[in-house]
Design a protein around this ligand. Sequence first.
Ligand code: DQA
Length: 144
Amino acid sequence: MTTLVVLHGANLDMLGERPAVHYGTVTLGELETAITTEAAAVGWECICLQTNHEGTFIEWLHEHRKADAMIVNPGAWTHYSYAIRDALELVSCPVAEVHLSDIAAREEWRRHSVVSPVVSFTVAGKGPQGYLEAVHRLHDMAAG
Ligand code: DQA
């Protein structure tokens, strides 16, 4: 069975209560269900994890570095965590960086992602739909 690992970072457990203007109203549980359902539709199983601890996020990247495909939304760590960037470099499968909000159109400090150079592609500003798009793009990469 092909395994897709979905890692969410800091504060994403609070989706549903975070500013709806940026993140909508979906909860993390609902988002994970939508991703898992989309993955199942292409025959993939899904492991969904969330943490507010950077070291745990890094250890999960190590643990799952040989998964078949990965989606990461590191939250605010996206913008400054060189440790997460270095851990992502060790991941051997295709990795999608996904953000619910359009980070390029927000505050100056959010416009730069330190992880973008070491992922396969980035999807931002499409809300939950961006994750579903990422599942299909990862699937296409695996098939190709
Ligand atoms: C986010 C964007 C980040 O800037 C922010 O810190 C988040 C969520 C997004 O999904 O839009 O926590 O990664």
